[in-house]
Design a protein around this ligand. Structure first.
Ligand SMILES: NC(=O)c1ccc[n+]([C@@H]2O[C@H](COP(=O)([O-])OP(=O)(O)OC[C@H]3O[C@@H](n4cnc5c(N)ncnc54)[C@H](O)[C@@H]3O)[C@@H](O)[C@H]2O)c1
Length: 445
């Protein structure tokens, strides 16, 4: 069966979630494009969006329509070509409306897995829990045809483990979209030893069609992206224990967030990133990795406490940031959690000034991530930044250099442990999936 054949009937599990909803938009668009080809005019296209949360499915309909409208608005030039035969569609608005109608009309919504029965291709993006995933795949195996292929969005569970326990005989491929799937170019692709070649080919072809950058990772828990991010986060958490005596908990958290964002010129500080991903999700991935890698060090008491206190970050349905390690107003950090009092210490100018003074100045000529992103000479600017950092003898510069070395070592270990086939692949995942300006394996340190 070709990819075109498979795209006639697709199911998405966990369709109302963060990842499933985005994957749904991408697939609905591809299906609409196929449906519009004259040779396919008699074919039926069905995208079944399945989620156990019925209420969330309601919100999913409006999300899908809004996202497809946005994509239509951005792609009017291409859509004019697609709808070239429709002389009745004159204005851009007519074309966009028709595109939204054509793509949303392939979508059906369901709460029960049985609705995936006729799917030729299933995207699974349900909760990151191996027991639940395996249970779902066992049921899917009974419900779907023997030819149905499965793509899992798991962030950390080895593909071979799911494949084996659900008895899928190689019909499973790790297809790890990044958040949000409609925007992020990166997809980490993880084949298990058993993954059949037909599915690997479908994965490649689909990636090209969705214009994604596919990066292969080996089938080791956490893969490349989380293999790096989780250890990076754990190191920052460990540093909090070291710094909290001198700076108290909020001060330590503020410093490590500042050092990782500003001194290392990243889009977000490490604690802002953990909040963005969700502290509960971070804990969940830690647990999976700890189990599959038999590494007791993959644990954080602080993360366990935050989840126990139900302070977990993540996003509200409108996309705004929920409070976690940091408190947010209009998505900007304005406070730091105080684990002792279980409330937020609000950052004020006086406090910030006094901590910043202890951390020390930023490297000479510092430019934030956002301005370097657009800078055509960003490599040169980064080299200057890190050269200047290395010459500095401040507390902040020391912390930043230490973190830079640790981050590099984590990346190198992913290569020596066989998770990534090369340093370039590690760098590609971090630069594309996490929007870093430079890879962790670099010559700056
Ligand atoms: N959020 C991220 O940044 C991110 C990035 C990459 C990969 N992932 C992975 O993608 C998957 C989904 O993550 P998410 O963040 O979208 O989670 P989410 O909690 O936003 O969504 C999961 C959805 O699955 C639904 N669900 C749960 N059990 C189900 C079942 N048995 N059948 C059907 N639906 C079910 C839930 O109702 C929910 O809507 C996980 O494996 C996660 O590790 C997440």
């Amino acid at each position: 069966m070709t990819l075109d054949d498979r795209l006639q009937n697709v199911a998405i599990l966990g369709a109302a979630g963060k990842m499933g909803s985005g994957i749904g938009v991408l697939i609905a668009e591809e299906m609409a494009k196929l449906k519009l080809k004259p040779e396919n005019k008699d074919k039926l296209y069905t995208l079944t969006m399945i989620d156990v949360n019925e209420k969330a499915l309601d919100g999913l309909r409006s999300y899908t329509t809004a996202q497809l409208t946005k994509r239509g608005e951005k792609g009017t030039v291409q859509l004019r070509h697609v709808y070239g035969h429709r002389k009745d569609l004159i204005e851009n608005a007519d074309i966009i409306n028709q595109f939204v109608q054509d793509s949303t009309s392939v979508c059906t919504y369901a709460t029960d897995l049985s609705a995936a029965k006729k799917a030729h291709l299933v995207f699974e993006a349900i909760v990151e829990n191996e027991r639940i995933k395996i249970k779902v795949y066992k049921r899917l195996k009974k419900i779907c045809a023997d030819t149905t292929l499965f793509l899992t969005n798991t962030s950390s569970i080895p593909i071979s483990y799911i494949d084996k326990h659900a008895d899928l005989n190689g019909r499973l491929l790790g297809y790890h979209f990044y958040n949000p799937p409609v925007i992020q170019k990166l997809v980490e692709v993880i084949a298990a030893d058993a993954t059949i070649s037909e599915l690997k080919k479908i994965g490649e072809e689909l990636g090209a069609r969705l214009r994604k950058r596919l990066v292969p990772a080996n089938d080791v828990s956490g893969f490349i992206g989380n293999g790096h991010f989780i250890r990076d986060g754990l190191y920052a958490l460990k540093k909090i224990d070291e710094l909290k005596g001198k700076f108290r908990f909020p001060g330590a958290m503020y410093i490590m967030n500042k050092v990782t964002q500003e001194f290392l010129v990243r889009p977000m500080g490490i604690f802002q990133l953990i909040d963005y991903v969700g502290i509960d999700v971070f804990q969940c991935i830690l647990k999976v990795m700890r189990t599959h890698l038999s590494d007791a060090a993959l644990r954080s008491k602080l993360v366990d406490k935050m989840v126990k206190f139900k302070v977990t970050g993540g996003q509200y349905t409108d996309g705004s940031q929920k409070d976690g390690f940091l408190k947010y107003e209009k998505n900007r950090p304005v406070g730091v959690y105080n684990i002792r009092s279980k409330d937020y210490f609000m950052i004020n100018d006086r406090w910030k000034k006094s901590i910043d003074a202890k951390v020390g100045d930023l490297p000479e000529g510092y430019a934030p991530w956002k301005s370097l992103l657009m800078n055509p000479k960003k490599e040169e600017a980064l080299k200057k930044h890190f050269d200047s950092l290395k010459r500095m003898d401040t507390f902040g510069a020391g912390l930043a250099l230490d973190f830079l070395k640790r981050t590099k070592a984590i990346g190198q270990k992913l290569v020596s442990d066989g998770v990534a086939d090369s340093p370039e692949l590690v760098n590609e995942v971090l630069t594309n999936g996490f929007y870093w300006l430079y890879g962790p394996i670099n010559e700056y340190v």
